[in-house]
Write a protein that binds this ligand. Structure first.
Ligand code: ATP
Length: 845
């Protein structure tokens, strides 16, 4: 039974709590909780690690007990590092899923609130409108012309009309048009959706193209590494070295050299980047979008609310053949105008609040119109009670108008408001000088020129009309009586002007797409620096006529698309894409969803966006702000650069390690590093420093570069060469440090310690070089990434501990080094950087 009182004021909070305990959360999917133990155990789910553990245990049984324990400890520590990385990633992804979860507008304790949909309980009163995904099974309390897409449940993709009170609407289905208040009947697994256990689409840790590429690269590297390790082992055995020892060397080398953590670190970098984006109000729903963001070359943005503040104020009204500029329009002369704008209005009200601003909820265009006529809620409440709405055709961006049929003590009236040209074409009469007169072409010309004038002043124009005769469904919006036009100002967002400048510097073209008048769009576009000439504007009528092929040619000269319908957006996206542009497209309404889906980066609005568009988008702007897109693009570029940085670091270092062992066995030298030492190098250099590179701050000039080409490979712009050259240098220098040490008469243990020091130090110096592809180590500000400084300090401390602490010396087979030995280490590890800096210096010149 519906409790009529609850239908007005909603459930009380205490009641909500009781029902929540009784019915639980309104979710279908039992969210998989991440299990730390599973993640930890998965670190050992690697063939090479098992081989290493097996080999270690065998060698332990053969006598090397100390080594066995240490190797196992190192394997364990590596697993902990891997676990930390992966756990962090899972946590951030989990947090993102929570953020992206759908919300619902509910009335509780007489207050309208937006809450996560999973908190709904049976009995809740929800407000739904076009574009919403229905949050639970409900029955309609009241509403107008609700059309729902129930294809999710029925497979039938035609909209179903739900006009009757008490009609049922079901969780997960989509409101195509109309709005309603509805009472929640069942939630969670008790809904129809729950019964068929259909899972809602949610964000997923999709494999990004980069991760896929790296995974296949990883496979090639595994094969190459294993081959080299086998060669090293076989050569060693052929030289008569201990078989088990050489086998262990080979396996340790494989563990150290195979960059098995690469895809995981990419995910960490993406996930950390995504949480940085979140701090800047961009919520990424699909990880691959982060990579594409850095390639964005065109940003198509809605005007209202994204470029402008969506804070509307009526500045002037054209009525009775004159312009009025008042803060509030009271008095009998405005009565008809007031009726049209106020009764034909879809605001929600909360009359418990005192000030008119607090009373009003809804579209700022609608609230601005009410504020133009009322300054207190009490008066408004009285006024609204004088008429009863009988039916409504709600506003939609395609028709650009709405109408309401309303009954008062004198009879029935139809009030209409919308874009001036849409209203003018439906009017036969005009109300002037207190009389209804024929709307002659002379009058029409006058009205049109007023619209031109107002829109040139950046005013958003809404016309209104009415009729009190001949009101039936087929005639309701015909032969109307024209009343007047409200011109409202919607100031640009202050931060957008700079964002547009930044966007252009970064080689990205900002495009405005709006349903507003050409002149209004131009005035705002010019102020924001988006366009400079009227020839850069294309109207919806032209867009309608132009062929797809001609649009592809024309589109590069256009900066503003005005008076367009959401359907046009798809045509625009496709035209840009055919010009090989990477397009970001914003959208909020349900009709925007196809274009948002088609764009390379679909962007939806967190505040004003509908669920359907949010679900179609790759990224949600939590503040609906254009400037946020630019921040997200910047983060996208930073993340991609950081991924390149640690790929460069990891691969060149691993190559250096493999070459050290390979060259020494090729030239029949003694093994320069023992298995434990190889694993130590891996632990000290691969984990923390690589992770720290993943959070490197942006280069100063990152937004001064042209967008990256989407087809560009990860090793482009010389990265592959850099990796190979540097890897070879690390390997050669380490081998030389070992040879020189032997040459100067150091014993094998000390020479190995020198090689160990050189290999670790050259990598720790190189990690700083990896921070920039264009600047040498001497030009990079060292302390701008304190994580890296910290990570490197820990690694150096590890090296020093292993060299000087007696019991570690025993475990790691090292010997304390003197000044001379350190000079060798510094020379060989620093020498490479010196060559590199000189090379970069001359290269830049
Ligand atoms: P954008 O696409 O940048 O959000 P917009 O908000 O101006 O642009 P629409 O909301 O489609 O685009 O509005 C188009 C036109 O429809 C407006 O210029 C105005 O004349 C009219 N209009 C807007 N909102 C309403 C409304 N609530 N009632 C009646 N007419 C409206």
């Amino acid at each position: 039974m519906i409790n009529e009182n609850e239908l007005i004021s909603g459930l009380r909070e205490e009641e909500v709590e009781k029902r929540r305990q009784k019915y639980g959360l309104n979710t279908i999917e039992k969210r998989k909780k991440i299990s730390p133990i599973k993640i930890f155990l998965s670190q050992f789910n690697d063939f090479i690690i098992w081989v290493l553990i097996a080999a270690t245990i065998i060698s332990g049984l053969m006598g090397e007990k100390g080594d066995t324990v240490t190797i196992l400890i190192i394997v364990f520590m590596n697993a902990i590092l891997g676990f930390v990385q992966e756990f962090k990633t899972e946590k951030s992804l989990e947090a993102l899923k929570q953020m992206a979860a759908p919300t619902s507008k509910v009335v509780r304790d007489k207050v309208i609130k937006i809450i996560p949909a999973e908190e709904l309980v049976p009995g809740d009163l929800v407000l739904i409108e076009s574009g919403d995904r229905i949050p639970a099974d409900c029955i309609i309390a009241d509403g107008s012309d609700l059309v729902v897409d129930e294809s999710l449940l029925t497979g039938e993709s035609v909209g179903v009309y739900k006009n009757d009170k008490y009609s049922s609407i079901y969780m997960g289905t989509i409101v195509l048009t109309g709005k309603a208040r509805a009472r929640v009947e069942s939630t969670g697994m008790n809904t129809e959706m729950g019964k068929i256990a259909n899972m809602l689409e949610n964000i997923d840790d999709e494999k990004t193209p980069l991760k896929q590429k790296l995974a296949s690269l990883g496979k090639i590297l595994v094969v190459v590494c294993i081959l080299i390790c086998v060669v090293v082992t076989v050569l060693g055995i052929m030289r008569g070295q201990d078989k088990y020892q050489m086998f262990l060397v080979g396996v340790s080398l494989a563990v150290a050299a195979i960059p098995e953590g690469l895809p995981a670190i990419v995910t960490v970098a993406l996930a950390l980047g995504v949480s940085r984006m979140l701090k800047r109000n961009a919520l990424v729903r699909r990880l691959p979008a982060v990579e594409t963001l850095g390639c964005t070359s065109v940003i198509c943005s809605d005007k209202t609310g994204t470029l402008t503040q969506n804070k509307m104020t009526v500045k002037e009204i054209y009525f009775n053949d004159r312009i009025y500029e008042k803060s509030i329009y009271t008095g009998n002369e405005f009565e008809l105008l007031r009726k049209s704008f106020v009764y034909c209005n879809d605001c929600d009200y909360d009359f418990n609040k005192k000030s008119i601003n607090e009373c009003l909820f809804g579209d700022p265009t609608e609230t601005a119109l009410i504020r133009a006529f009322f300054d207190n809620g009490k008066e408004l409440k009285n006024y609204l009670s004088k008429e009863k709405r009988l039916s409504e055709i709600p506003f939609d961006s395609k028709r650009k108008m709405m109408s309401v049929i309303s009954r008062n003590s004198h009879g029935v009236c139809c009030y209409v408001k919308g874009a001036p040209e849409r209203i003018i074409e439906r009017c036969k009469y005009i109300y002037i000088g207190g009389k209804v007169q024929l709307f002659t072409s002379a009058y029409k010309a006058k009205v049109n020129s007023q619209v031109e004038n107002m829109s040139r002043k950046a005013l958003r124009c809404i016309a209104c009309a009415y009729k009190d005769h001949d009101i039936n469904e087929s005639q309701r919006e015909k032969n109307l009586i024209f009343l007047g036009i409200a011109g409202m100002i919607d100031p640009p967002r202050p931060e957008v002007k700079n964002a547009v400048i930044e966007c252009k510097k970064a080689g990205i073209t900002p495009i405005m797409i709006t349903g507003d008048h050409k002149n209004t769009a131009f005035a705002i576009g010019k102020e924001l620096g988006i366009c400079s000439d009227m020839s850069e504007i294309m109207g919806g009528d032209e867009l309608e006529k132009i062929s797809d092929d001609n649009l592809v040619k024309a589109v590069n000269k256009i900066k503003i698309f005005a008076r367009v319908s959401p359907e046009h957006k798809l045509k625009i996206v496709r035209a840009f894409k055919r010009n090989n542009k990477i397009v970001a497209m914003t959208g909020d309404g349900v009709n925007d969803a196809p274009a948002v889906k088609e764009a390379d980066i679909g962007v939806s609005m967190g505040v004003s966006g509908t669920d359907v568009t949010k679900e179609a988008s790759a990224m949600i702007l939590l503040d609906d702000n254009f400037a946020t897109i630019i921040s997200a693009v910047e983060e996208g570029r930073v993340i991609y650069n950081n991924i390149r940085k640690f790929i460069r670091y990891l691969l060149s270092c691993n190559l250096g390690e493999v070459l050290t062992m390979f060259l020494s066995s090729l030239f029949y030298l003694d093994t320069p590093l023992l298995p434990i030492q190889i694993l130590l190098v891996n632990l000290a250099t691969d984990g923390l420093p690589a992770m720290a590179l993943g959070v490197d701050p942006a280069d100063n000039d990152i937004m001064l570069q042209a967008p990256r080409d989407k087809k560009e490979g990860i090793f482009s712009k010389g990265l592959g060469e850099k990796i190979v050259v540097r890897g070879c240098l690390i390997g050669i220098c380490t081998v030389f440090s070992f040879i020189i040490s032997m040459y100067f008469g150091l014993d094998l243990k000390s020479s190995r310690t020198v090689a160990l020091g050189t290999l670790i130090m050259s990598q720790l110096i190189h990690v700083f070089e990896c921070r920039s592809e264009r600047h040498s180590i001497f030009e990079i500000k060292l302390f701008t990434n304190l994580y890296l400084v910290g990570a490197v300090s820990i690694s150096i401390a590890m090296l020093i501990a292993v060299i000087y602490i007696p019991f570690l010396q025993v475990i790691f087979h090292t010997r304390a080094l003197g000044l001379f030995e350190w000079l060798i280490i510094i020379f060989f590890s620093g020498f490479i950087s010196l060559i590199n800096s000189v090379y970069l210096y001359f290269n830049k010149k």
